[in-house]
Design a protein around this ligand. Structure first.
Ligand code: SF4
Length: 380
């Protein structure tokens, strides 16, 4: 999953309206940042649930189908849709909606993996293939948005797992969510790796006449073989860039999250230049970049992948991410910035490093209905 800060930042912009919301690391949560499932408890322990899924209260049924070989969808009736982000969080938004738990995009660096263990499922293969589907999420959301106390703060989608993962092709939850938010006057942002976003562009374009909408596409790996290895369930970079083009043509200022940048694998100047040239060619307005984070829960799985696919890099990665270190050293991140910033200028792309703007706003930025086309972002 985009937003982000400084007083002049116009992070959350739509086709015809704009409002100011800090832009920071938040926007790539699904890619590489962990977030608690605050308020997302699906229910109490359910003695009648299928073995191993006792904590999935509200479970309606578990579904396997030949169209989605290897996948199991656990359909649940969720009690809540809006999740409040803890105020201590650095995330620059207060509310999220996550229609799915687990993600078939199966990224090896995904921080959300550990959340599956709360369901007595494992953070590896189960996270990729056992997806919890909140089949009633749009109805519940509509009820919550209709409460008198709801003040239409921006809602972020794609901050934990991808709302346009493969399951969305079957369940079509996003149209109901988008409509519910737009009809209630609630601004929204979407961060995804999923090309299924294209299906909903006409709906989003209509909704953008009513509320500010921000769209961001996460594209970290432009080498197809490497992408297939580390993000085996995702569409190719070319397919995602085509979706960026489609969203741009539909009138949106699209942000691309070039993250996580993988040390020694995707961080050479030539690779970054190639990536940014393609992003620019696709019509994106802005790029947010950042180095790989390896928080607990993601680190173990990434390590397994690295040892299997690139054992020659294990010593280098142990040097960059020793022990429980989750972040690449400051020196590495400065080096990365020194490489990327001139390339952003070269390709006339706005944006910057995710760590440039990590401050949580005191409150969501003011909604400014300007009726003017959005100005170029001045984010960093
Ligand atoms: S796309 Fe899915 S698997 Fe990949 S980082 Fe986001 S939530 Fe995790």
């Amino acid at each position: 999953m985009g937003l982000h800060p400084t007083n002049n930042d116009t992070a959350f912009q739509s086709r015809s309206t704009e409002f100011i919301v800090p832009l920071s690391q938040v926007s790539y949560l699904c890619s590489n940042i962990g977030m608690r499932w605050q308020g997302q408890t699906l229910g109490e322990t359910d003695a009648s649930a299928l073995p191993g899924l006792e904590s999935l209260g509200g479970l309606v049924r578990s579904v396997t189908t030949p169209e989605f070989a290897g996948m199991t969808f656990h359909e649940v009736h969720a009690k809540s849709a809006l999740n409040h982000v803890p105020s201590a969080s650095a995330m620059p938004f207060d509310w999220t909606v996550n229609p799915y738990r687990g993600c078939s995009h199966a990224c090896g660096y995904c921080f959300a993996r550990n959340t599956h263990t709360y369901l007595d499922l494992d953070a590896g293969r189960d996270f990729d293939s056992q997806v919890v589907v909140k089949v009633n999420v749009a109805d519940v959301l509509r009820r919550e948005l209709a409460r008198p106390g709801w003040v239409h703060e921006p809602v972020a989608l794609g901050t934990n797992t991808d709302p346009y993962q493969r399951a969305e092709g079957r369940y079509r939850l996003m149209p109901g969510i988008i409509s519910a938010l737009a009809e209630s006057g609630t601004p929204l942002s979407i961060l995804t790796k999923g090309t299924l976003l294209r299906r909903d562009l006409p709906l989003l374009a209509d909704a953008a006449a009513s509320v500010p909408i921000s769209i961001a596409m996460s594209i970290a790996v432009f080498d197809d073989a490497l992408q297939d290895s580390i993000e085996p369930g995702t569409p190719t970079a070319a397919a995602r860039l085509a979706t960026v083009r489609a969203a741009t043509d539909a009138g949106f200022r699209v942000t691309v999250f070039l993250m996580p940048i993988l040390p020694h694998l995707t961080d050479s100047t030539a690779m970054l230049d190639h990536a940014l040239a393609r992003i620019r060619e696709a019509g994106a307005a802005r790029v947010v970049f950042g180095a790989l984070h390896l928080r607990p829960g993601a680190k173990e799985w990434f390590w397994q992948w690295l040892e299997r696919e690139h054992p020659e890099l294990v010593p280098a990665y142990r040097g960059l991410y020793p022990g429980v270190s989750a972040y690449a050293p400051v020196g590495y991140r400065k080096l990365l910035s020194a490489r990327v910033r001139p390339l952003l200028r070269k390709h006339r792309l706005a944006g910057g490093a995710e760590e440039d703007a990590e401050t949580r706003p005191t409150r969501p930025g003011p909604v400014r209905t300007t009726g003017r086309p959005a100005e170029p972002a001045r984010l960093f």
